[in-house]
Design a protein around this ligand. Sequence first.
Ligand code: 16G
Length: 240
Amino acid sequence: MLDKQSSVPMYVQIEDYLKKQIIEGGFVIGIAIPSERELTDIFSVSRMTVRQSISNLVNEGLLYREKGRGTFVATPKIEQPLIGLTSFTEDMLSRGMKPSNKLISFEKMIPEMEIAYKLQLSRDEEVFVVKRIRFADNKPMAIERSYLPVKLVPDLELDKIEGSLYSFIEKDKRLTISHASQRMEAVLVKKEDAEFLEIRMPSAVLMMERTSYLTNDVPFEIVRSTYRADRYKFISEIRR
Ligand code: 16G
């Protein structure tokens, strides 16, 4: 199975073998792979070598460890293209997944200066701040904090944000969502967010900030989202 004469290190060959099993379905999602001891016997290598291969696959998000239970095959990450101004609800439905939300808080307030500036608000104009956990097939995917100018959506109420915010803006308010700018960075998850996202500390997460505009360049939302890095992968196609 392994080529001991090869210049490719043993741990890389084991990684490739395990990856192939995962991709081709030899190892099934949610099912434990053979233990470190078993893999050590199968490949006739040291436990250290096996451990290194597994750790790399855990870091890549292909496997996950459960204390005292073993190492399991992870659900493949959602691949989210960075084109098209879509909503979470649309993204999940187009994948055949069931979107749902849990509202954490819903407030009306004068925003911090940076938010006011980006939403082109004067110092005394209020925003709605909606904090939601977004689920796909009942699994937490992201936490979103949305800031929306009260003057654009004065009648925003609890029942309106149970479903899709974009649907409320487009269908109820008949506003036309036009374009957005967004930036993304990797950070370590905050304690409160780790609980909502059901991940351990410390874990890396993807932070995204989006400013979205209606036609005529009127900003209507700033959304700060924290995505589970083990469940999400953002992809884009680039040309030269
Ligand atoms: C996405 C958007 C967010 C928008 C939300 C509306 C990113 C990074 N964020 O999550 O800006 O507010 O969709 O979703 O893509 P909804 O219509 O399902 O409430």
